[in-house]
Design a protein around this ligand. Sequence first.
Ligand code: GP9
Ligand code: MN
Length: 746
Amino acid sequence: MKNLITRVRTTRLGFLSLLLILIWLKTLFAYYVDFRLGATGILQQVILFFNPLGTSAALLSLGLYPRRPKAGYAVGGIVYVLLCLLLVINVLYYREFSDFMTVGTVMSVKNVSSGLGGSFINMVIWRDLVFVCDFAAILLGFLGYGVVNIWRYIHHQPLKWPHFGLRLDTRPLPYHVPQAVSAVAVALFGLNMTISELNRPQLLTRTFDRNYIVKYLGLAPFTVYDAFQTVQNNQVRATADSADMDDVLAYTKAHYAKPSTEYFGAAKGKNIIIIHLESFQQFLIGAKIDGQEVTPFLNSLIKEQDTLSFDNFFHEVGLGKTSDAENMLETSTFGLSTGSLFSSLGTDNTFQAAPALLDQYAGYTSAVFHGGDGTFWNRSNTYKSLGYDYFFDGDFYNHEKGTTTEYGIKDKLMFAETSKYLTHLQQPFYAKIITTTNHYPFYIANSDTDFPDAGTSDAYINGYFRTAHYLDAALREFFTYLKQSGLYENSLVMMYGDHYGISNDRNQTLSDLLSSSTSDSTGDTAANWTSFDDTNLQRVPLIFHMPGLKGGINHTYGGEIDVLPTLLHLAGVDTKPLVQFGTDLLSPQHDPVVAFRNHNFVTPQYTVLGSTVYRNRTGEVVTPTASLQRKLDAAQASVDARLTLSDTLATKNLLRFYVPAGFTPVNPQKVMFNRSLANMLKQERTLGKRSTSLFSQHPNSPTIADYQTDAPEVQTDPDVISAWPAKVAGQADAAADTAEDDTTDQ
Ligand code: GP9
Ligand code: MN
């Protein structure tokens, strides 16, 4: 031991190792005490524990290279200080934003002044001393020596410099040592990368969440990766010129489909409630397991006369999955060919999205609800850019033991708690509710549903029908509440499936079940399964329900890109001046060519996958005649054009050059989502008699206490849904203090 301490004190390698251990310990402290990285399972814990090691060692090993010893110590010291600085800045930033700081944030002056400036220093608390205790000790040492030296100076004694027991190692290092240390460090990082990729495939290509990258790879690699992305984004943006926008406008203007006279404005002034059905495929509708309907509620809803549903509606997502679906829904522009647009461009791109459009053209308030981490898919930043007024993320939901599944609060509880917020929103509102229970790995406890196991050889497929059934039941409860509360009469509810839940490699296992238990397509079985069958299964539900809406099952071909123009036209907002790549599904001019992100496409008659053409009716491969080939070539050209132009629009951030008539660009800095409840209640109070929230207009209407749910958690403890979650209760209390009857609504 003594020997070891001596080596640390007296050798360069020893000194750098000491720095490595210090930064490792400090980082682990931040990981476990400050950040909420959500490491689950032993493997993730191990990755988290070791991930600071590889990169820190690689960087500190730079101190071994200089030939001059002093320079070596200095390089090591500087690297150490920078790593500590990065850590401390992120700890403080995280405390305020629950997210890691990006290079983009640092570079954006507005962000710096609103987020990092004044309030930054206020974020410091006592335990942060841990991060600077070594520096503080050195400082104290210097002060001590200073005092001693003053005394020595007065007494004419020679002055002494502090050395803290360290001795400069003046011996040159053997030539192979720096290389060997760096190689081991890089190998360690490589191992870390490989295990992470196995545990979470496509970690970097998809960029789900900054928390994930830090959890798996560490803070320094995250920052380097982020800087690299920022530079790349900026380079592409710098090449933009107005001619690019002209090309986009030429396409979208020519492609515009005017609204149908029958439906235009049918939902004018109504609340719009969007329900994002996680991983929900169309084949679930009408499917039965052991004779039991998987989605009895939706099956009956679809039959109602004021329900308009589409059965040839496809998801069009890429790697950004949920976030791609949301992006198309909100903007009618495509996700990116790789990665997630929300993650890579959501923070600082210019958007003309549903919340802002409905606000500015039709006076809507907007809110989005998601019972999981607000940072997932970079939502907490992107929603600001989209113009949302409020974002109620997982912090606004009660997290009792057992109330969540992997991605968020269980749907039944989620809808119940969401209702509590809906009653205080100014009407008309645009509210998007994102469900999460029906998500891979599709697990739901027997106490939550008694739906039978489908009995296939694949546990995920079996689970899928159960979680979907649970979601359907949650929808029924929510609709009951809407009717009870009175919101129903005044609202258009739109539901859509965001993307597949069962991936193509599982479809053959699913196929036998489908041919016997669903109304799905061609009835193909595993034996003659083709890519055409996979494509058929990319249908997802799209359902509109509103008292008085002209309903029916509509067979029009369309995709997620078409939702926004359809919705805006229903709300009475013409989309002519807007840049949108989809067309109104209800318009006689609707373009029924459905473009997938990989440039494959489906028309009402044919499915074109690469160079193979299938006839939709029979599923057979056809050799096109010359005239059919010409038509398909034209469709392919149109698909290629819209995807490429949409990519250019996004990557070059072209919407900053185009402002539609009557529209004011969104200022993302104006909202603070972590104060959503306080701000919403404050607005309700400030408006007083002019407030249009359900609570203001009908203070005695049913409350959350009347919400009917068979969720087992609520049976044991009604507070699980009725109490404001601990984290935000203060926001409600502050409002209640100043408003007379605010307390009666809980
Ligand atoms: C998590 C949820 C899942 O927030 O939206 O996203 P997905 O994995 O479906 O893209
Ligand atoms: Mn999803």
